[in-house]
Design a binder for this molecule. Structure first.
Ligand SMILES: Nc1ncnc2c1ncn2[C@@H]1O[C@H](COP(=O)(O)OP(=O)(O)OP(=O)(O)O)[C@@H](O)[C@H]1O
Length: 323
């Protein structure tokens, strides 16, 4: 179904002014002017800025009555907005529109939305609402997890790759790097100084847990993480399944690095060092409670965690050509 020009209805823009090194604030004002001038929102738009981490979740949780919530920023604010929308009843839950002005923009990639750090919202004038799956995160230990993400829309991973994603947060503050360059710089640091294995037990879809000496394991709704690494190139955000990829065992760094680099183009899947899979639920027991774990680029702390697909839980706006 193609939307008409006014089909965003009553729209709430939730913008993270801190995203993309502070450039997202000005982009949000441009977006609102664009929506008002183009008549994309039949019943007008409202712009609110996040004031702190997790604030976007609170704002989205209070968005009942809006037809569309536009998340402007990076994958972090998209995660927070999606989480807030998931707290609303399914009936009448506003649709999610992603306006990428971040560093990684992996969810925009998955949805086929133009991205690259600069605002490009023309696609909102002719977009299609489509149901997509959401990943629910269940923290099964009692570690006081107040601020951890409870949902993800693109990626959940543990091990070296999560250390890389989380390492970008520090590098953003200390360097001008963005996008792929940012993730490669973080990769160099992790492969150079923090190369190690993360012993765990993993159960897929309720099967007997298997001991795995993980280097990394990714559980994906969409194909990419880390600003375009195609870790699960076949992942479809609307098929009701996670795609998974893991590498485990004594793999020398010299063998792991080329495989990791091949993942940029999704060419690692034939390597004997990686195992691809699909599941609706994955449960992890970790040997430590300090493993690097990320959900859409945000830190999760847990030693026992399960992720489960919630099929078709959100309606997202996609550019017409991408669907
Ligand atoms: N007003 C704010 N001030 C500081 N940090 C904020 C604010 N609002 C949100 N945040 C936090 O900023 C972090 C990064 O946000 P976001 O992901 O939107 O941008 P990005 O890091 O530039 O992009 P990407 O995740 O795609 O690399 C998130 O952890 C979010 O909680």
């Amino acid at each position: 179904m193609k939307t008409d020009r006014a089909a965003l209805g009553r729209a709430l823009i939730i913008a993270n002014p801190a995203a993309h090194s502070g450039e997202a604030g000005a982009a949000a004002e441009r977006l609102q002017r664009f929506l008002d001038c183009s008549g994309a929102c039949a019943a007008g738009s409202r712009l609110v800025y996040t004031e702190r981490p997790r604030h976007a979740t609170e704002l989205a949780r209070a968005s009942a009555g809006f037809d569309t919530v536009l998340a402007l920023g990076g994958d972090g604010v998209v995660n927070e907005v999606a989480s807030g929308l998931m707290d609303l009843p399914g009936q009448g839950r506003p649709r999610l529109g992603v306006v990428p002005v971040g560093s990684g923009n992996d969810y925009a990639r998955t949805l086929g939305i133009p991205h690259g750090g600069k605002l490009d919202a023309g696609w909102l004038l002719s977009c299609t609402p489509e149901p997509v799956d959401v990943g629910r995160i269940e923290l099964l230990d009692d570690g006081g997890q107040g601020g951890a993400p409870r949902y993800f829309v693109e990626t959940f991973s543990v091990g070296l790759d999560a250390a890389i994603a989380l390492g970008t947060q520090e590098l953003r503050e200390s360097t001008p790097l963005t996008g792929t360059a940012l993730y490669l710089a973080s990769s160099l640091s992790v492969f150079g100084m923090r190369y190690r294995r993360y012993p765990a037990r993993v159960s897929m879809d309720g099967a007997e847990p298997e001991a795995r000496d993980l280097l990394l394991m990714a559980v994906q709704l969409g194909p990419t993480y880390g600003s375009g690494f195609r870790i699960c190139p076949e992942a479809d955000p609307a098929d009701g399944l996670f795609d998974t990829c893991y590498a485990a065992g004594r793999i020398p760094r010299a063998a792991a690095v080329p495989v990791f680099l091949r993942a940029k183009g999704g060419h690692h899947t034939g390597s004997r060092l990686v195992t691809m899979g699909r599941a609706r639920r994955v449960e992890f027991w970790f040997d430590g409670d300090d493993y690097p774990i990320q959900a859409d680029g945000e830190l999760v702390r847990s030693s026992h965690v399960a992720v489960e697909v919630v099929p078709g839980a959100l309606t997202v706006l996609r550019p017409r050509a991408a669907s």
